[in-house]
Write a protein that binds this ligand. Structure first.
Ligand code: PDD
Length: 284
């Protein structure tokens, strides 16, 4: 049992109920955020809240709370969560509508849910590298919005898992854009490349951190996607997200990436990320 925040109240999750008329449930008319928590403190919270506001603005839902209010709610949920690593989930729907009439949105009050869950994956297992499946992106054209309507992502991830892979790498317009729940970096001709922040990708906060870290240690980074045709020549590839952090990809479908081991640039980024995290936690 865990405490969640729902529309102004702190409740046990078994007590928290959302209406069947909620537009998030009926239409996926909602956005969300995922914030990593290290030693009880949300990492890059201000940036995650910026992105939440951008997602809300993009779908014309008024941001229901200010930064200080979000921070207070999260701090209260995390008050007893010092030991482990958590993710904070914020979900905001357009609110409880009138039956199935999708057009009547006037005067609705957004539904707000904030919950925390311990990180359930073993990141040390992922560190030796994963297999990925290359799939055509079947999602909509506004991937910049962190929408809760994740059916496309879910189907892509399912397809990847069925092929024995841990992530789907997505191709759109003949280019590698992102993963089904991650951003992607590739090393090609000594340059660290990642897709530009257009509507085909979510502007990942981890992606942003990695660009900062790479620049700080003199790695040549370019926001330019690699093409599907260039993938065969890529020396290294990794995915990143708030939940998985930095994960090397050592095989795409039946093809090894480089020599099928995490390469030097990937390892450097993993080290730099671990060092940043240790500093954030106060370990060094
Ligand atoms: N997903 N792209 C997609 C499609 C994602 O779903 C995610 C993260 C990212 C990486 O964003 P960030 O670095 O800000 O986590 C990129 C989260 C973790 C999720 O939905 O669980």
């Amino acid at each position: 049992m865990a405490t969640v925040y729902l529309d102004g109240n702190f409740l046990d999750d078994s007590e928290a109920k959302v209406s069947i008329h909620d537009r998030g449930f009926l239409f996926g008319d909602a956005v969300y955020e995922v914030v990593p928590v290290y030693r009880g403190n949300p990492f890059r919270l201000a940036r995650h809240l910026d992105r939440l506001r951008e997602s809300l603005a993009a779908v014309a839902i008024d941001c229901p709370l200010g930064d200080g209010e979000w921070a207070t709610i999260i701090a209260r949920l995390l008050a007893e969560a010092h030991g482990h690593e958590y993710s904070v989930y914020i979900q905001v729907t357009r609110g409880v509508g009138v039956g199935r009439d999708a057009t009547r949105t006037q005067g609705l009050r957004p539904t707000v849910l904030v919950s925390i869950s311990p990180v359930s994956i073993d990141r040390t297992l992922l560190a030796s590298g994963i297999r990925a499946a290359l799939l055509e992106d079947i999602r909509w054209h506004h991937c910049r919005i962190k929408a809760t309507a994740l059916l496309g992502n879910v189907l892509l991830r399912r397809e990847a898992l069925q092929r024995g892979a841990a992530e789907a790498l997505l191709i759109r317009d003949g280019e590698l854009t992102e993963g089904s729940s991650s951003n992607v970096f590739a090393v090609l001709d000594g340059v660290l490349r990642t897709a530009p922040p257009d509507e085909r990708i979510l502007r990942g906060i981890t992606r942003e951190v990695i660009i900062e870290l790479a620049c700080a240690c003199g790695i040549d980074v370019r926001e330019q996607a690699v093409s599907a045709a260039q993938l065969a020549s890529v020396q290294e590839l990794f995915i990143c997200s708030s939940v998985r952090e930095v994960v090397p990809v050592i095989q795409i479908d039946a093809n090894a990436v480089g020599d099928a081991r995490p390469g030097p640039v990937t390892r450097r980024i993993m080290q730099e990320f671990a060092a940043l995290k240790a500093r954030f936690k106060g370990d060094s």
